[in-house]
Design a protein around this ligand. Structure first.
Ligand code: ZN
Length: 86
């Protein structure tokens, strides 16, 4: 399974859980727990998907730390911008 497929699957699961949570509400605290858990995982997986500066898709190598920028250029600009804004 690729990362994109995983994200898609998580989005479908999240949507289904929201629907179930809305329908069942008090009767199903498990559903709400699952919903939050999926949303959390989705955020974690999804946020590492995009370059923090330009937002283009990242390809993770799976080695070392997850990449946050698509290129050295973006990383340099992001650090420079951070310095300027303090
Ligand atoms: Zn970038």
């Amino acid at each position: 399974m690729t990362r994109n497929e995983l994200i898609r699957a998580l989005r479908v699961t999240e949507a289904a859980l929201w629907k179930a949570g809305n329908l069942l509400r008090d009767a199903a605290p498990d559903v709400l727990d699952a919903q939050q858990e999926v949303a959390r995982i989705l955020r974690a997986v999804d946020s590492s998907e995009k370059c923090q500066r330009c937002g283009c898709a990242l390809v993770q190598t799976g080695l070392g730390r997850p990449k946050r920028y698509c290129s050295d250029n973006c990383r340099k600009y992001a650090y420079a911008e951070k310095r300027q804004t303090g």
